[in-house]
Ligand binder design. Structure first.
Ligand code: DGJ
Length: 733
């Protein structure tokens, strides 16, 4: 080994973090480290992203990763760069495609200046003088979590217009051990389906051009080693915080390298920069874990809770919702809504959300969108009597809007048929009888702001359910250029303006369920509507899939009717309520159709949620490894003083008895009082069982954390579609 490396090592160790480094930048947080080579005049590249190696130097990593010439390839190894732009000459798909009328395409970026914005945030300015391009990478790790937040800005420094075809945030190199990929797909009422893609050479590609985050192409993926699971092994997770079109790709090159690229998908000609203009990308969140998928998810949850969510939703408990949709659909009326409110308050609801159907000519989904005034046909006295009634019952008032949409059968469309996105000469794709408004027109955004603001002011609205129920398939704006990039920013701006005007107002992001759930929209909203599907069994899977990226606090999770309207399946209240409790709990059913006994169960579930929501919404989430017939997830308090675990039996098992549940995240040496707090009755089919032996439904028994994690506790014999909630509380030994 060249001993000069060790000399450099000493120098690096002695350097204050905010000094501008000469050759390498190293960001470190918890057990994660990112090292980027930033030598002036050279290509920038990631040297190491993985476990924090406190005693090693970047120069050491560079020697350790020396590659060599191999037959059939370039005679000198070509190093990657942060964008693998075409001029850098690396094989495989490039991470920056731009040109000026067919010229200036071979961009090759070299580091010009490096700024330490903070000790944990570096800004790397690169330039290609030949093609007139300036690129800035902003890379931050933490401050209080181990997630990277990365953006790229591309500046046209030439005189003529520059067209960007593809500018993903960065080409993130993947550790070669991570040969498996989990993509996230889904459909309406079946969101967050995690799909395993085995080892491959070539490309795994997902392209979303729905004009919203979409049901089917969630912009996230996870790469993991063959031996990685929830509580052990290396893995990397990526999520693009963006609510418009996107492309997600993982390229496994023949030379053995792999890169993840995520960025906006532009329609042809969409991203045109005139001289001096800058394109700013959405943020890529990238997470590394050496200790399995739970740690990976916890990093995503932390960055969301700490850096993205607005203080308003953090500062107060997540109120129990009552949403009117499945109770009445479009069949509104003052008396009816008041009666719904009475029943909701009686079981413990804290917020009443009036869904679709209260405005304009909206008596079905075929008319009225765009006419945001209260319908005198269904609310002849306006909404004041209802809102006053809701408040007299101690609840907040929320209301539904679908601001970006218009029905052709509406006053708004009759007055402004030119306000919709379209492509000249092409038929609109029929989609729920509605079109997308062009929010890049200032007069459209102004109209929407005024209309929503008036309702919010008039009724002191606490909460908006902001829906979006169609794909924007032909997104041409005023000048017929594609506008999804600008449209997405216009939606963010409209939300931002409303939130500034109403500092207490909370917003839910809904798009036919979970088609606009991402960290971009959550900068301007407070929770997402996870899925229209309230089938408790499906919800067990949907919520588990969503939990890889989202914490329970932002996942709207409602108790639906006994027979699910979407799947037709029936579940008892114990199962429905337990399933909803591990999210942001609410109800969406006609309570008059439930038996008194079921209403009592629901009331008890809501009380239990209220008692434990502080833990559910702040703790670290753990998914437990279990047989397929179980779904087990839980939250553990940051100081490991308490935990709540849900164990759902989602199907039957082939053995006569189920196995043991092994908890996670508990302190091995702490003593935990272990109790079953749900269901409301002893859950075992036969008795006596572990329930009696450990008095789980009574005073409980104290076990050591170590035993609960590594030995486990026998499950009682339960029927399928039932759910246990274990509460663990640390007590003096
Ligand atoms: C789709 C949403 O996902 C539903 O919850 C409901 O709000 C309907 N739209 C209303 O049209």
């Amino acid at each position: 080994m060249d001993h000069s490396i060790l000399k450099t090592l000493t120098h690096v160790e002695g350097r204050a973090m905010t000094d501008v480094p000469a050759n390498h930048v190293s960001l470190r947080m918890d057990n994660v480290q990112l090292v980027i080579a930033v030598k002036r005049g050279q290509r920038p590249s990631i040297v190491h992203w993985g476990r924090a190696l406190a005693h090693s130097a970047p120069e050491e990593f560079e020697v350790l990763s020396t590659r060599q010439w191999a037959f059939g390839g370039p005679t000198e190894d070509v190093a990657p760069s942060l964008s693998n732009e075409l001029g850098a000459g690396l094989g495989g798909p490039s991470g920056l495609l731009a040109h000026r009328d067919g010229g200036d395409w071979a961009s090759f970026l070299r580091v010009e200046q490096v700024e330490m914005v903070t000790a944990q945030h570096v800004r790397i300015h690169c330039r290609d003088k030949n093609v007139g391009l300036g690129v800035t990478y902003d890379v931050a790790l933490g401050p209080d979590h181990a997630a990277l937040s990365i953006t790229i800005s591309v500046k046209n420094e030439g005189d003529a217009a520059l067209f960007i075809a593809w500018a993903p945030v960065m080409a993130m190199p993947l550790d070669e051990r991570l040969s498996r990929v989990w993509g996230v797909t889904g459909r309406w009422a079946h969101e967050f389906e995690v799909q395993e893609i085995g080892a491959h050479r070539g490309t795994y590609l997902r392209e979303n051009k729905a004009g919203r985050t979409s049901h089917d192409n969630f912009p996230g993926l996870i790469a993991l080693a063959p031996f990685t699971h929830e509580t052990a092994g290396p893995c990397a997770g990526f999520h693009l915080g963006w609510s418009g079109n996107n492309r997600v790709r993982i390229d496994r090159h023949t030379d053995g390298r792999s890169f993840v690229q995520m960025g906006e998908l532009f329609f042809p000609g969409e991203m045109k920069l005139d001289a001096g203009e800058v394109y700013r990308s959405p943020t890529l969140y990238a997470v590394w874990s050496d200790t399995g998928l739970n740690t990976l998810s916890q990093s995503f949850h932390r960055v969301l809770r700490q850096d993205i969510l607005d203080g308003r939703s953090r500062a107060k408990p997540r109120l129990v919702h009552y949403n009117t949709w499945e109770a009445v659909y479009f069949d509104h009326g003052e008396d009816k809504s008041m009666a719904l409110a009475d029943r909701a308050a009686a079981v413990g609801a804290e917020r009443f959300v009036l869904d679709d159907g209260w405005f304009g000519g909206r008596r079905s989904d075929r008319a009225g969108l765009g006419d945001w005034t209260v319908s005198s046909a269904v609310y002849p006295n306006g909404l004041h009597p209802l809102v006053d009634h809701v408040r007299s019952l101690g609840m907040e008032f929320g209301i539904w809007f679908e601001p970006e949409m218009v029905n052709p059968d509406s006053d708004l469309y009759r007055q402004h048929p030119d306000w919709v996105l379209n492509a000249r000469g092409v038929e609109q794709v029929p989609f729920r009888e509605q079109y997308t408004l062009d929010l890049t027109r200032p007069e459209v955004s102004a109209y929407l702001f005024d209309a929503i603001d008036a309702i919010v002011k008039d009724y002191r609205v606490d909460y908006i359910k902001w829906d979006m129920n169609r794909d924007s398939t032909h997104p041409g704006g005023m000048d017929q250029r594609p506008v999804i990039h600008r449209q997405t920013h216009a939606v963010y701006s409209l939300m931002d303006r409303l939130r500034r005007a109403h500092p207490e107002l909370e917003i839910e992001s809904c798009a036919s369920g979970g088609a606009r759930a991402d960290f971009g929209i959550l900068r301007y909203t407070d929770r997402v509507w996870t899925s229209d599907n309230n089938d408790a069994l499906d919800r067990q899977r949907i919520q588990r899939g969503a939990s890889y990226f989202f914490p329970p606090d932002v996942l709207g999770s409602h108790v639906g009717p006994k027979r699910c309207h979407i799947t037709g399946r029936m579940f008892d209240m114990e199962f429905r309520a337990a399933t909803a409790m591990l999210g942001h709990m609410g109800m969406e059913l006609d309570l008059s159709e439930e038996t008194d006994a079921d209403l009592d169960v629901l009331r008890r579930a809501i009380a239990l949620y209220k008692a434990h929501r502080a833990l559910i919404h702040s703790g670290d989430l753990y998914r437990l490894e279990a047989s397929d017939y179980l779904n087990m997830v839980g939250v553990v308090a940051k100081d490991q003083s308490a935990a709540l675990f849900s164990c759902a039996k989602v199907e039957g098992h082939s053995t006569t008895l189920p196995g043991r549940i092994r908890f996670a995240g508990l302190a091995p040496d702490k003593h935990y009082l272990t109790r079953l707090i749900w269901p409301t009755h002893p859950p075992s089919v036969t008795a006596p069982s572990i329930v009696e032996a450990a008095d789980l439904c009574g005073d409980g028994t104290v076990f050591r954390g170590e035993a609960l994690v590594h030995f486990g506790i026998q499950l009682p014999l339960m029927h399928p579609n039932s759910c246990l909630l274990y509460h663990l509380e640390s007590v003096e030994g």
